[in-house]
Design a protein around this ligand. Structure first.
Ligand code: HEC
Length: 126
C-alpha cells in the first residue's frame, strides 16, 4: 500500500512536468531560432547596435546598405536590393551570389539553420 502522500506527490510532479512541457512548447522554434542566430551571427550582428555588421532589427523591411552610421561596402550600398526572405536566404547562404565585392565574410550552408535565422529576424519586428 502506498502512503497517502504518494498520490499527491506523483500528481504534483506530473502536473509540473506538464507545465514545463507546455511552457517549452509555447514557442520552441523561436527559442531555437534565437540560439541559432546567436551562435552564427551574433559575433558580428545584434538587433539594435552596429557591431562588425549592421544592426538587424527590421532588416526584412529595409533596403540593403541603409543603416545610418554603418560603414558598408560600396557594393552593398549601391546594390539597390531590398531584403525579403528570399534575398536574405541567398545572402546568408553565399553573400557573393547576390552582391559581388560585399564585406560579409560568412556563410551558412545548412538550409534549416538559415530558415531558423530568418524566422528569428522576422520575429524581432521593426
Ligand atoms: C564575420 C562577421 C559577420 C558574420 C558572422 C555575419 N555577418 Fe552579416 N554582415 C557583416 C558585414 C561586415 C556586413 C556589411 C557587408 C557590406 O557592407 O558589404 C554584413 C551585412 C549583413 C546584412 C545586410 C544588412 C543591411 O543593412 O543591408 C545582413 C542581412 C546580414 N549581414 C545578415 C547576417 C546574418 C543573418 C548572419 C548570421 C547567419 C550574419 N550576417 C553573419 C558581417 C558579418
Amino acid at each position: 500500500m502506498k502512503p497517502w502522500w504518494w498520490f499527491t506527490a506523483t500528481s504534483f510532479l506530473f502536473l509540473m512536468g506538464g507545465l514545463g512541457l507546455s511552457v517549452r512548447a509555447a514557442d520552441p522554434d523561436l527559442r531555437t531560432s534565437r540560439e541559432v542566430f546567436e551562435r552564427r551571427c551574433s559575433g558580428c550582428h545584434a538587433p539594435d547596435i552596429n557591431k562588425g555588421g549592421p544592426r538587424l532589427r527590421g532588416v526584412l523591411s529595409r533596403k540593403a546598405g541603409t543603416v545610418e552610421g554603418f560603414p558598408y561596402s560600396d557594393a552593398l550600398r549601391k546594390s539597390g536590393i531590398s531584403w525579403d526572405e528570399k534575398r536574405l536566404n541567398q545572402w546568408i547562404e553565399n553573400p557573393d551570389s547576390i552582391v559581388t565585392d560585399n564585406d560579409m565574410e560568412f556563410r551558412v550552408s545548412n538550409p534549416d539553420e538559415r530558415a531558423a535565422i530568418i524566422a528569428y529576424l522576422k520575429s524581432l519586428g521593426k
